[in-house]
Design a binder for this molecule. Structure first.
Ligand code: OAD
Length: 240
């Protein structure tokens, strides 16, 4: 049996399928990934741009980088991988989608059961009070809080920050229910997300991986499908 058919059989037999996605799923939508040849972390230093210390030292620089990314993402549209997952949610195949991406493309494709582990680049939050607001336009300069006038920051998780406990609670509920996890386009290097599939495996579940290369998770995968998410997901869909 070929790998694609084996993966389709596992999906067909899944009682509670969840998905974990990373930057690779948005690569074919022209959103840059973080690692690899053209990755953002090859060109930019994460410590200067994606830490709370960087923001308090130079909010202007951090906002310039996020505004640039917001402008770039604003031009991107979901690709067939995002659309396939949105359809699987609608037809009941997929129970929930955990993403490390902040680009909002899963929601743009129509997915609603999305848990954004690393936040959302379009949501701003106040550095002092509880103000939150979701924008559709890229930020200009350093946006300030309409309530307390402190600087607003992107509502994303930076290096050195913990994931919000509400998000972690939601994720653990899903991981406990899952008997199958499909992992798409993540280097599986950033914790805690990199461990989520292993938690499903430990309780007897299956891991399916879609990636253009092998990752530290490949050894644990029941099936590794090598290729682009935007091509493999529609092929899998044809077999369901
Ligand atoms: P990475 O950039 O680390 O990894 C992208 C993965 O996608 C790699 O394993 C690639 O092989 C794979 N890939 C690239 N193109 C693909 C395609 N067309 N189809 C399938 N796979 C493809 O991205 P993440 O694993 O998402 O965190 O990175 C995790 C976190 O590190 C990010 O959420 C971000 C970053 O620092 C924060 O900003 C907190």
């Amino acid at each position: 049996m070929n790998h694609l058919q084996k993966a389709a059989d596992l999906l067909l037999n899944a009682e509670y399928l969840i998905v974990l996605t990373g930057a690779g799923i948005s690569k074919e939508s022209n959103v840059p990934t973080f690692r690899g040849k053209d990755g953002l972390w090859k060109q930019y230093n994460a410590m200067d741009l994606a830490t709370p210390q960087a923001f308090s030292q130079d909010p202007q620089l951090v906002w310039e980088w996020y505004t640039w990314r917001q402008k770039l993402i604003a031009t991107c549209i979901p690709n067939p991988a995002h659309h396939t997952l949105a359809n699987w949610e609608k037809n009941g195949t997929l129970k929930s989608l955990i993403t490390q991406n902040v680009d909002g493309l899963h929601r743009k494709a129509g997915s609603t059961k999305v848990i954004e582990v690393h936040g959302d680049i379009w949501t701003l939050k106040c550095t002092r009070c509880s103000f939150h607001s979701r924008k559709t336009e890229p930020a200009e300069g350093i946006p300030t809080c309409p309530t307390c006038n402190a600087n607003l920051r992107p509502d994303v998780v930076w290096f050195g920050e913990s994931l919000p406990s509400m998000i972690m609670d939601q994720i653990f509920v899903e991981l406990q229910k899952a008997d199958t996890i499909l992992v798409i386009g993540t280097s599986a290097l950033v914790q805690p997300a990199a461990s989520f599939p292993l938690l499903v495996k430990r309780q007897g579940g299956r891991i399916l991986e879609v990636n253009i290369e092998e990752t530290p998770l490949t050894f644990a995968a029941d099936v590794h499908l090598s290729g682009k998410a935007g091509e493999i997901l529609p092929q899998l869909d044809q077999l369901l």
